[in-house]
Design a protein around this ligand. Sequence first.
Ligand SMILES: [Zn+2]
Length: 145
Amino acid sequence: MKLCEKTQELVSGYIDQELTQQERQLVRVHIESCDDCRSIYQDLLAIKQSLGNITYPECEEAKVDKILNEPTSKLMSVVGWIMLIVGYVGFLVWQLFTFYTQEGVPMWLKVGVFLIEAGFLLLLGSVLRQRLIANKTDRYNKVKL
Ligand SMILES: [Zn+2]
């Protein structure tokens, strides 16, 4: 009985590996022979392990990743891209029949606006391309896991 009290007092430290060699020996030998103390040890071990899993620190990057990969965000992002591209292409077509073909607009202004829009399109394409590559890498990582 005395040994049981001593073991139950030490068992938490035993799991956390905070005991001296002698105390560890005492707990180990006792839980092998005492059913009550072994079950206390196993319960405590399970609790500590599950707590450890819950409080495992989640880094910011993983959180952002989780939000970005959440289906609703993904759908919103895809819809956003489609709206942006369709809207922008529509705007360009509209400009083609108004701004670019309008008389009285100086050539340098047309060229300037064209350059700005071509630059914007290139940036858009580059971001879109990076996203597609990132998505592919994601899928690859998931397969690997
Ligand atoms: Zn015992």
